[in-house]
Each structure stands twice: as C-alpha cells, then as structure tokens.
Design a protein around this ligand. Structure first.
Ligand code: FAD
Length: 505
C-alpha cells in the first residue's frame, strides 16, 4: 500500500453529473483538489452520438455483475468513464416541477418532501442551464415552474416529421413543449456532458488533479469514526491511500452506497454513516416505457429529441394521482429500434424480422413515457457476500405508469386518425426498460433532518461523519418523473457553495 504524500483540501470521487459539476465549481477556489475516477476518457467515437450504441451489443455495460433479488447476475448499463453516465445520456435536462419538492400523494402512498424547495434550487437550475448550454424555451407548458432567467440558447427545431405531429398533439388541447437539451454546438461532439462542462473546465486550474483508472475501494476514518482520514484506491496494480480535509462521493447512487457499506469498521460496523440502517435503502428509478408510433410519415430515422408533454404529469380527468412525463426519442435509427430492450425487440421482430426493422424505423417515431416511483426501504443495494452486490428491486406505482402509457396511446391514435400525413397503424409496439437499465437510479443515501431515518443532512453531508459529503443522485428522497440529471447538477452547485464557505473557513 502506498500512502500519497500530498495533502489535499478536497477529494471528489466520480466525475459524472454530480462530481463533474462540483469539480468545476470548486476549481476557482485555488484549493488543492484531487478527483478520483475509476474509468478513463472515452474516445469520441465511443460517445453518445448515436443513442443506438448505448444499447446495442451490450455496449456501455459495467465490467462487473450485480445480482438481482433472486440472486441472478446481470450486467448493469452504467458507464465508468470521465463524465460518467452523462457521456452516454440523451442530454435532455428538465427541471423538476415545484410540487415535486413537496410531499406528493401517489396512488400507492406519499412521497416525502425535500429539505429545500423549488425556490431554493431555482438559482442553481438557472446557473447550471447556462453552464451546460441548455437549448430550450419555457413557453407553453402549464406545469413548467417559474424560471428567473431564459435558457441561454433557443430550443432545438423539431425535425420535419415531428412538426405535424406536434401540431396535432396541440390540436387535442395538449401542450407539447420544446425539450430542453444540453448541446455543445460542436459537430464532432454535440452532446453537453459533465466532462465537457465540468471536468475539462476544472482541469484548466493548476490546483486540480485528475487520476483516472482509480477505483476507490474503501474509506478509512479516524479512531473515533468522526472523520474520513484516508481514501483508498486501486490504480492499476497499486493500492494507494489519499487524504484530504473534505471528501465528496459522487459515484452514482448504487456505487456510493456500496462504497459506504464496504467501508465498515469498528465505529461503523454496518457501514460508514449507517447507524440509521438507511445506506443502500430507498433505491428508486423511474418506470420507463418506449412506444413506437408506426404510422408516422417517412423520415430518415436520424433526428434529435425535441418535444415533451407534461399534461398528464399530475394526473388526468379521471385519475387524480401523478402519471408522468412524455418525451420523444429522436430518430429510431439513433435510439431504441435496435435497443437491448428485450420486450420491445421481440415485438418488433415478430412484426418485421431482420432488415425490415430498418424500414420500420424510417416510417416510425418513438416516445418515452416516464413515471416516478415511491421510496421503499426494501428496495436496496447491499453486499450479499464479499464482491457480490445485491440489487434488490421491485417496481411500485404501476397503475400510474400504465395509465400514462394507455393515455398516450389514445393521443397517438387520435392524431393518426385526424392527420393527413400519418397512416393509422393500429399497433404500437412498446417495451419497458429492463432491470439492467440503471442509469436513472436515485435514492440510497437519502437526505433528511432526522439522523435515525436518513443518511445526509440538507447540505448533503453525512449526519455521522463531519467531512464526508455525497453529491450524486443518492440524496434524492423521492423520484420525480422527469430525468434526474439537471437536478443532480444544480444540487452539486448548491452543495458546492456550502463546501466553498467551509474552505474559506
Ligand atoms: C443511456 C442513458 C440515457 C440517459 N438520459 C438521460 C437524460 O436524457 N436526462 C436525464 O436527466 N438523465 C438521463 N440519464 C441519467 C443520467 O445520466 C444520470 O442520472 C446521471 O448521470 C447520474 O449522475 P451521478 O453523478 O449520480 O452519477 P454518474 O453520472 O453515473 O457518475 C458516477 C461516476 O462515478 C464513477 N465511479 C463509480 N464508482 C467509483 C469508484 N468506486 N471509484 C471511483 N469512481 C467511481 C463512475 O465511473 C462515474 O464516472 C441517462 C442515463 C443513461 C445511462
């Protein structure tokens, strides 16, 4: 074991939406910052310029296996690289609605309120939209919360095939709205991610050091268990210990919890910061169903995501519980048509086997239906045996999601019936995201005021260990129906302010 002789002010573990955004926030302080990332840089042609690659042939699967409730192994779709999952994400950056921060009643129970409200996070949403060059437009969506500033760039144009569809959706009295997207405006690397807008900016400061291929395997405390004294990483064949005044975990919800649990010691026998037995629990991920609309006009199958519909976010005329968010998938040759979503693929293969799928893609468009779930302490990650990470997860809040999917099918049928361009197809292949699709995970170290029922305080610092923070999606006390990335990034800026204050000392 080698003990690094440098002392850092801050160590950040992980470079995704949380870690990358925090790094660029702290870099201008001039403090000595070390970033440890288990992956390495992704070559441009490996990145998310064609969504299809994300799913095809098991690409972007973690090199290890996790185990489901029944002990069956699976390869999680999670990306270990500089930028984390934002290197392969779709880059739609949507704000949580203001009510999402309150105690929301769902059909199956009430989701807890957050320790801060929308107004508290709003300035950070605006700042992070500037940082990530979000292209959007706040007009038209009655559920969109108030913005204190405009998006820095206008919304992405709808592709020609989408224009009549968007108009026909509006004709039904709904409010199709431009989907906010992070874009670099560079042809060779168009998607805005936490490497480009986080780590690259941080590394312009000479006080910041990035070590890649550095997998953190344990955190060590002082003898009283009140402070992290050492961060142990495997770097190639070497085991190294680094130390810092402040340690921030940003490994993603599953891996941050796994690391805390694996670091158990005499003072923390059930895992670090886990007196409450809440570390790893309340794992959540949105329910996601992709729907293929086969009756669309001919198109090239390659066009960007551009539209969302939130009219059913809080319910519908005959259902008063939240149902969720709809967004289009972009052209199907870039997105789900070849996706490794077994239910969808098998339906499509029955309709049109082999190369017919490509023709199908060119006269179809796709839609994602997304619905939040409730926190459940039995949904959790834990070490079943050394090296065997158990991912015990059962979906809840089914009916709300089913209703969203069926309501959206009704919208599609109506628009196909009424439109000149569309040909009613009658069949809408669809598939739910399987267990290995873990990219939208959150929870596992939830934030709360009571140390006996939560892991983190309102500043995302652990209740039990004074110099340990977590800024990935672990802190979410509830799971919204919009994608989590923008909220993780905005919260990283918020926590960054607290860490900057502490560094000023
Ligand atoms: C295909 C796909 C599409 C998506 N599309 C969208 C979208 O359009 N909109 C949206 O809002 N969300 C989207 N998401 C979800 C979004 O990408 C995640 O919510 C977000 O990236 C999570 O941020 P994070 O900081 O929690 O973790 P991550 O971004 O996962 O970052 C974690 C980092 O920690 C590193 N790490 C893990 N363990 C260790 C360790 N032990 N030591 C050192 N480093 C470690 C990882 O390599 C990684 O770099 C998508 C996800 C996927 C997979």
């Amino acid at each position: 074991m080698i003990i690094d002789d440098q002392h850092y002010d801050v160590i950040i573990v992980g470079t995704g939406a949380g870690g990358g955004t925090l790094a660029q926030k702290l870099a201008p302080t001039g403090k000595r910052i070390l970033i440890l990332e288990r992956g390495s840089g992704m070559a441009l042609d490996e990145q998310n310029r064609a969504d299809v690659d994300v799913f095809k042939k098991g690409r972007y699967r973690a090199p290890e296996q996790w185990y489901d409730q029944a002990g069956e192994p699976f390869s999680p779709q999670t990306n270990y690289a500089v930028g984390g999952n934002t290197k392969i994400y779709a880059a739609s950056l949507v704000r949580m609605r203001d009510r999402d921060f309150t105690a929301v009643t769902h059909q199956e129970g009430t989701a807890p309120e957050w320790l801060f409200n929308y107004a508290d996070l709003e300035p950070y949403y605006t700042a992070v939209e500037q940082l990530y060059q979000v292209h959007g437009d706040v007009q038209n969506d009655p559920t969109e919360p108030k913005h204190s500033g405009d998006y820095p760039y206008p919304a992405v144009d709808h592709a020609p095939v989408m224009r009549p569809i968007v108009a026909a959706i509006a004709q039904q009295g709904l409010h199709p709205t431009p989907l906010p997207m992070s874009l670099t405006r560079q042809a060779d690397d168009p998607t805005g991610d936490a490497e480009v807008f986080g780590i690259d900016l941080a590394l312009k400061h000479t006080n910041v050091t990035l070590r890649t291929s550095a997998k953190v395997v344990a955190l060590h405390t002082n003898p009283t268990g009140t402070e992290i004294k050492g961060v142990q990483a495997e770097i190639g064949e070497q085991s190294m210990i680094f130390n810092a005044d402040i340690v921030v975990l940003a490994c993603g919800a599953v891996n941050s919890a796994a690391l805390l649990l694996a670091s158990a010691n005499e003072k923390h026998p059930h895992g670090l910061a886990n007196k409450s037995d809440q570390v790893g629990r309340n794992l959540m991920k949105q329910q996601m169903t992709v729907i293929v609309e086969r009756g669309a006009a001919n198109n090239d199958g390659v066009f960007p995501r551009s539209v969302s519909v939130n009219d059913f976010y809080w319910g519908d005329r005959d259902y008063t519980y939240p149902m969720g968010h709809i967004e289009n998938s972009g052209g199907l040759l870039q997105d789900v048509i070849f996706a490794e979503s077994p239910p969808l693929l098998s339906v499509l293969a029955q309709i049109m086997p082999g190369s017919g799928l490509k023709q199908l893609a060119k006269r179809s468009v796709g839609w994602w239906a997304q619905t939040g779930v409730l926190p459940d302490p039995n949904n959790r990650v834990y070490w079943h045996k050394k090296g065997k990470l158990r991912y015990a997860y059962e979906v809840n809040n089914f009916e709300a999601h089913d209703r969203l999917v069926y309501r959206w099918l009704e919208v599609l049928k109506t628009l196909e019936r009424d439109s000149k361009e569309a040909k009613p197809s009658g069949v809408y292949p669809r598939g739910e995201a399987p267990i290995q699709v873990v990219g939208y995970q959150c929870g596992t170290c939830r934030m709360g005021t009571d140390p006996s029922t939560s892991v983190l305080d309102g500043n995302c610092r652990t209740h039990e260990i004074d110099n340990l923070y977590v800024v990935d999606s672990s802190f979410f006390p509830s799971c919204p129906s919009v994608g989590p990335a923008l909220t993780i990034m905005a919260n990283a800026l918020r926590v960054g302010d607290r860490v900057c204050d502490r560094l000023k000392g």
